[in-house]
Design a protein around this ligand. Sequence first.
Ligand SMILES: CCCCCCCCCCCCCCCCCCCCCCCCCCCCCC(=O)SCCNC(=O)CCNC(=O)[C@H](O)C(C)(C)COP(=O)(O)OP(=O)(O)OC[C@H]1O[C@@H](n2cnc3c(N)ncnc32)[C@H](O)[C@@H]1OP(=O)(O)O
Ligand SMILES: NC(=O)C1=CN([C@@H]2O[C@H](COP(=O)(O)OP(=O)(O)OC[C@H]3O[C@@H](n4cnc5c(N)ncnc54)[C@H](OP(=O)(O)O)[C@@H]3O)[C@@H](O)[C@H]2O)C=CC1
Length: 498
Amino acid sequence: MSMIAAFYGGKSILITGATGFLGKVLIEKLCRTSPDLKVIYILVRPKAGHTLQQRVSQIINTKLFEKVREVCPNLHEKIRAISADLNQNDFAISKEDMQELLSCTNIIFHCAATVRFDDHLRHAVQLNVTATQQLLFMASQMPKLEAFIHISTAFSNCNLKHIDEVIYPCSVEPKKIIDSMEWWDDAIVDEIAPKLMGDWPNTYTYTKALGEMVVQQESGNLNIAIIRPSIVGATWQEPFPGWVDNLNGPNGMIVAAGRGFLRAIRASPLAVADLIPVDTVINLTLAVGWYTAVHRPKSTLIYHCTSGNLNPCNWGKMGCQVLSTFEKIPFEKAFRRPHADFTANTITVHYWNAVSHRAPAMIYDIYLWLTGRKPRMTKLMNRLLRTISMLEYFINRSWEWSTYNTEMLMSELSPEDQRIFNFDVRQLNWLEYIENYVLGVKKYLLKEDMAGIPEAKQHLRRLRNIYYLFNTVFFLIAWRLLIARSQIARNVWFFIMW
Ligand SMILES: CCCCCCCCCCCCCCCCCCCCCCCCCCCCCC(=O)SCCNC(=O)CCNC(=O)[C@H](O)C(C)(C)COP(=O)(O)OP(=O)(O)OC[C@H]1O[C@@H](n2cnc3c(N)ncnc32)[C@H](O)[C@@H]1OP(=O)(O)O
Ligand SMILES: NC(=O)C1=CN([C@@H]2O[C@H](COP(=O)(O)OP(=O)(O)OC[C@H]3O[C@@H](n4cnc5c(N)ncnc54)[C@H](OP(=O)(O)O)[C@@H]3O)[C@@H](O)[C@H]2O)C=CC1
């Protein structure tokens, strides 16, 4: 019998960020392995045109929940959506709901965050810092609470090269920043943001670091643990390989490369690509929830959920595997054939951006304009290049994360729990994982049918012919112009012909 699965039986669990990427996989695994849990409260913000129940149904009626619907037919009853907005005071939760949460919750998993790199500092502080502080305050009033698990990121200290499982202080106290946000107007925030952020590359990583400090400072008597995943990718094994549903991180890049938009990138092929499958993160999260509640460690333990030091793989190897998978299972409606150039040189980057990205987009837009359609490719390309510029920081550096706590936890699990809640990334075969990842992007994100593969291959062959034709015509015109203007070129030409 799994100790972890048994532990969650009969429990009332509160999850924030349940409608997000990690949140969905967390609910799925919890309900599948502990179908006898009492209830999962999820804090969901109302979205225009969708009731809370519709939002829940949208999640649990997807392919991700196919297996769990069999194991737990009363899934709808297990999940209780509570209307809440983490940006509001008391999260705008009704009095009755708040009462129920305070009196019943046994475990909290805090996943909600803004993961946008370019979010305004005020908004990022509100969600990643202030909301965490408020949730901790709520937690302190929960008599039945056994554990509070905070999901952070391995990049919260990306300004360091070697990162231990400790909380590193930021130069300005988070409480001061929270207070200041109330009376600073946006202009002041904009001016002061770069000074506050120092060597953090974006508001996301900076506010996640502040969030950790808040957790440390406001932990009181709570039983808390922090999990720091690196770049979270598609599922490795469970409930099935390759599931992914958003464009964040590598996902958007795989789409862009597979459709032929992204053909070159400023990336260091030898830098470690610290990817971690989402199901691995969730298995560790559930194990940490159990361990924190049952063993009640004296201090707040931090768990790095990373792959680099146990099973490293670099961007070069990953990029190659992505490209070779495109040959077997191409994406539909490609703009150009998938291709990749890594470069570290700034001049080469500008050259590739002009030749491989902007020029084809402009040519296509001219074609759209000439055929009476609205040009859109240049705009899309500019957006892609902006996204890439934000990711570049992470694909040109390597970090080392120590994983003592994570390895300690692994050794604490029974063999059965090690199997059911497997977070041993040493067992991961990268080539197989990447192939399933690309396939998952095609099937679950782009919703493309496998039956369309022959047509997609045919389309790529047409693109290849257009490419050859374009290059031939381009070469002939250039040569003709050269002959018209240069005696040497003319001599060479007559020599060849003769
Ligand atoms: C498996 C390995 C893959 C590797 C290789 C793939 C390619 C291989 C082919 C070869 C090419 C050359 C080799 C390349 C090798 C390296 C490539 C590596 C790439 C991977 C890098 C990953 C690094 C991630 C680092 C993460 C560190 C921290 C991790 C975390 O803790 S949190 C999660 C990370 N968070 C994010 O990723 C959020 C980032 N997003 C944003 O900040 C914003 O969305 C934005 C990028 C700033 C864009 O903002 P905008 O306001 O402009 O747009 P908006 O968000 O409103 O969206 C508008 C429309 O655009 C669509 N869209 C959004 N993001 C993307 C995207 N990434 N790609 C494509 N499209 C995107 C969005 O859907 C909207 O569409 P619409 O609704 O139709 O308008
Ligand atoms: N994805 C990754 O690569 C990594 C993620 N992480 C961390 O994991 C956690 C989860 O990330 P991920 O699932 O990818 O993020 P998503 O962006 O997919 O999900 C964010 C979740 O937060 C919710 N949320 C945002 N704003 C509010 C609000 N004002 N009130 C209530 N709920 C809100 C969203 O709800 P809604 O559906 O309404 O928008 C959504 O459920 C985060 O803490 C992140 O920092 C760490 C490392 C890597």
